[in-house]
Structure formats: C-alpha cells, structure tokens
Design a protein around this ligand. Structure first.
Ligand SMILES: Nc1ncnc2c1ncn2[C@@H]1O[C@H](COP(=O)(O)OP(=O)(O)O)[C@@H](O)[C@H]1O
Ligand SMILES: [Mg+2]
Length: 286
C-alpha cells in the first residue's frame, strides 16, 4: 500500500520518527477496518496539513473556540504526539484526572481538552515507536470521558503517518480541514494529503489558506508567500475553498500567551474570520 511508504512529507518530522512497524503493516494488509466513533461526541473533525508550521494548531484552537462561541459544545484533541501544542496554546499545566479506567479531559475556556503534553513532560522529546503512537491515539479516542459534545476538533500532526492512518481507518472521522500556506512547496504536499483522505474515504470539508497575506501600516496587502495557490489547488481537486487568514502578529502573540485570539479578542478581524467559518461548519452538521 503506497500510503505507508516514506514520502516527502516526512522530511520535517523528527528524525526519530519510526517507519511503520512490521506488525502495523501486517495489521493493515487485506483488513477491512471497523470504524469506531469517539464516544461522547456527535462529530469529529480533523485539522490537518502536509507540513508543520503552517498554523494547524493555531487554527484548531481558534476554530474550537469559535464553535463554542457559536453555541456548540466542543472538545479539543491534540493528536500531535511528537509535538503537542495544546498545553502551551491553552496554557494548561494540570494533569487530567483518572479513575483508573478513563481519563477526564481538562476543561479550559469551556472546552474539553486532551493532549499527550498533559501526561508527559513537555520538554521530553517524544521518541515513540509507531505502535505506541497508535496506542496513545486509541487511549485518547476510547478511554477519555468526553461528555455531551457536538464536535471534537482533532489537531493532527503533519503529514501522513501512523496517526492519520489510525484515525482514518479505525476511528470515524466526520470531516477534515486542510491548512496550507500559499507556497508552491507546501501546495505540492497538500495535493498528496488530499489524495490520502480521498483514498481513505474521509470527507474533506475544505482547504484554508493561512498566513496568506500581510497588511502593512500603509494599508497595502502584501502576498508574502505567493497568491491564490491554495484556492487554485482546491479548485483543481474540486474541494471547497474555506478562505484566507492573513498573517497578524496578534495571532502568534495570543497563541504564545495561552489565550488564542478568538478568546482574547473576539472583535478582531481574524477572530471574525474564525467565527464565520465556525458558523459555516456548524451549518454543515446541524
Ligand atoms: N495567521 C497567522 N498570523 C501570524 N502568525 C501565525 C498565524 N497562524 C499561525 N501563526 C504562527 O505560526 C507558528 C506555527 O503555527 P502552529 O499553529 O504551531 O503550526 P502547526 O501546528 O501547523 O505546526 C506559530 O508561532 C503561530 O503563532
Ligand atoms: Mg501543531
């Protein structure tokens, strides 16, 4: 199966990233996968990207908050086992409680959150083998007591590794959103990402062009990374184009402070983009 081969997306993954184990490969051969929905939520949406650093976690956290502000009950699952971001972006320092059977999500900004970063020291590089990643993902989807949620937003790691396979094959994903920046090099990988979800039968809700331009003090729009590429890619693959999010230092600052912009400043232009998008996504499902 071509998807398990090492691809160019793996270049920005940590060196320690293992190949799929023989056991996993065997498991995948000729097997029809049973897809288990995550208990405690109506819908599960993955936020993915081909490359790291395009703003996936920023998008996932702000979309989760925007859905909440649209009246939805929301969970946020940090599936980036090698590089968890939710603890920092939501400024969460507490460990989840456990009754020995299940883990309780940590509540922050009225959102139920779970991340490997709550359990392991954030400074420790996660030199985990493929099967351990798979088992962490299974724990997060089957042993966390998510409660009464409309949506779980999953912040995926970049690329097409074990996490994506586990989610796409064994867990019921109701949709995915692909984040990209407009550079040619990022777009090339996006195309492969689209093909992966299509092949695995996961509905792509659309593509988002993040950090697409910068508005200077002169009020001029600067297309730093190129223009229109993400939209063009969406058209080429007949996927929805969900819009552009400009570069704004406020976004990074708020993320670093542990209070994403939608929560910190809901009236900001960028927050409005997120709130509109959340409304649109809510309408797809409800
Ligand atoms: N629209 C934006 N404007 C400014 N900075 C952004 C924007 N989106 C993301 N960033 C910044 O880019 C960096 C990478 O974002 P992150 O969400 O961690 O990416 P990923 O999860 O894809 O690796 C972060 O420092 C984040 O604050
Ligand atoms: Mg991230």
């Amino acid at each position: 199966m071509s998807l398990v081969r090492k691809t160019s997306y793996d270049t920005d993954m940590p060196k320690e990233k293992p190949e799929l184990s023989d056991a996993m490969r065997k498991k995948m051969q000729g097997k029809t996968f049973e897809k288990n929905p995550i208990k405690g939520t109506k819908f599960t949406i993955a936020i993915s990207s081909a490359k790291g650093g395009v703003g996936k976690s920023t998008f996932a956290t702000n979309l989760a908050l925007a859905l909440k502000k649209n009246g939805c009950k929301v969970g946020l699952l940090d599936a980036d086992i090698y590089g968890p971001s939710i603890p920092k972006m939501f400024n969460i320092n507490e460990k989840p409680k456990s009754d020995g059977q299940t883990l309780s999500p940590v509540m922050k900004y009225e959102i139920q959150c779970m991340s490997i970063g709550f359990l392991a020291d954030q400074q420790t590089p996660m030199i985990w083998r493929g099967p351990m990643v798979t088992s962490a993902i299974k724990t997060f989807t089957q042993k966390v007591s998510w409660k009464n949620l409309d949506f779980i937003i999953v912040d995926m790691p970049p690329g097409t590794g074990d996490t994506q396979l586990t989610f796409s094959q064994e867990i019921k994903l109701d949709g995915s959103i692909i984040i990209s920046t407009p550079q040619e090099i990022a777009l090339l990988d996006v195309k492969r990402g689209i093909k992966m979800f299509d092949k695995l039968g996961v509905k792509i809700l659309g593509l988002v062009d993040n950090m697409s331009y910068f508005v200077g003090e002169d009020k001029k729009k600067y297309n730093i990374f190129g223009e229109g590429g993400v939209k063009k890619t969406a058209e080429e693959f007949q996927k929805e184009f969900l819009g552009e999010i400009p570069i704004d230092p406020e976004v990074g600052k708020n993320g670093d402070l542990g209070k994403p912009i939608v929560e910190a400043n809901p009236d900001h232009e960028i927050s409005k983009i997120y709130l509109n998008l959340a409304m649109k996504i809510k309408k797809i499902y409800f």
